[in-house]
Design a protein around this ligand. Structure first.
Ligand SMILES: Nc1nc2c(c(=O)[nH]1)N[C@@H](CN(C=O)c1ccc(C(=O)N[C@@H](CCC(=O)O)C(=O)O)cc1)CN2
Length: 284
């Protein structure tokens, strides 16, 4: 037996879940977990099923793919099916602050994240030793206003060369051009070091200190051309108080940033995150 993940989204109408679960039953599928959400604001249905089925040639999953093709046609649905445990290929981008990079490297190494880190790209040389200790290729791509187009072309060449499924901006502090953000739509996640929509842009902890906040936070979101406006995937909060300096806020926020980003990466790579306009649906 082999476990598979099936995801589907389509315009809501009666009978979709019945059609999918009926096909599973017909071909010996055993459902381990089923989560769905019917978004009343958009009339869209989102469905995720974790199931096991015989992977003997010529039965189970091959017959299921045929049925899922027919169901996709009937309901105008977008669907995906892949073996559970199949790792997504990830390229991480980092600048000077390495806590999120370090956290992802560790969680991938111990198998907590269903990812293979194919490469790390940075506009600074600082973290080459850390990355190469993990036997992962490190590429330094310096960026200036003048060289940004060339730098982004080099990045896209690496995305293609390493067959990258997901780009993770782990405190990468350069703004991606509109063209690059568009190219990476739905497959680039950024960690912003504030509880968005508060404190967008540069130095959010300093902005928060000026405002006298009593909590700081972190937000993992898809990247789009609107800085820090991409659909939110995961967030974390930390209590602080009047005695915290801006530097204390930076330190207090580190773990929240790591947790929000690793949650977003795990949920996305497990097929739990669906884009719905400016929002996400996360079937956790
Ligand atoms: N197209 C996008 N690119 C990036 C996003 C995004 O949401 N869309 N998020 C940032 C990360 N970030 C906050 O999380 C951030 C990074 C950099 C700056 C910034 O203003 N940096 C420089 C300007 C650098 C440049 O012009 O490229 C500065 O400090 O002036 C703000 C927020 C990653 N990229």
């Amino acid at each position: 037996m082999q476990d598979y993940i099936f995801t589907l989204e389509c315009a809501e109408r009666p009978g979709i879940t019945h059609a999918v679960t009926g096909a599973l039953l017909t071909h010996g599928g055993d459902i381990k977990e089923l989560k769905q959400f019917d978004d009343q604001s958009t009339q869209q249905l989102f469905l995720r099923i974790d199931f096991s089925v015989s992977d003997e040639p010529g039965n189970g999953v091959e017959a299921l793919r045929t049925d899922f093709e027919a169901i996709g046609e009937e309901f105008g649905a977008t669907w995906q099916l892949w073996p559970q445990g199949e790792k997504r290929r990830v390229l991480i981008m980092v600048s000077k602050f390495e806590h999120c990079l370090n956290d992802l490297l560790f969680r991938a190494r111990v198998g907590e994240l269903p990812i293979e880190i194919a490469a790390v790209v940075s506009n600074h040389p600082d973290h080459r030793e850390l990355v190469e200790w993990h036997h992962i290729p490190f590429f330094r791509i310096p960026v200036t206003k003048e060289t940004k187009p060339e730098a982004e072309a080099k990045l896209l060449e690496l995305v293609d060369r390493f067959e990258v499924d997901l780009v993770v901006l782990a405190r990468y502090m350069q703004i991606l051009s509109d063209d690059l953000a568009r190219e990476l739509t739905g497959r680039a996640i950024n960690i912003h070091h504030s509880f968005l929509p508060s404190f967008k842009g540069a130095k959010p902890y300093h902005q928060a200190w000026e405002r006298g906040v009593k909590t700081v936070g972190a937000t993992a979101h898809f990247v789009n051309s609107e800085l820090d406006e991409g659909p939110i995937i995961a967030q974390q909060l930390v209590e602080v108080d009047h005695a915290f300096t801006p530097e204390d806020l930076v330190a207090a926020g580190r773990d929240a940033e790591c947790k929000a980003l690793s949650n977003a990466v795990k949920w996305h790579c497990d097929g739990r995150v669906f884009l719905s306009g400016k929002r996400t649906i996360v079937l956790r």
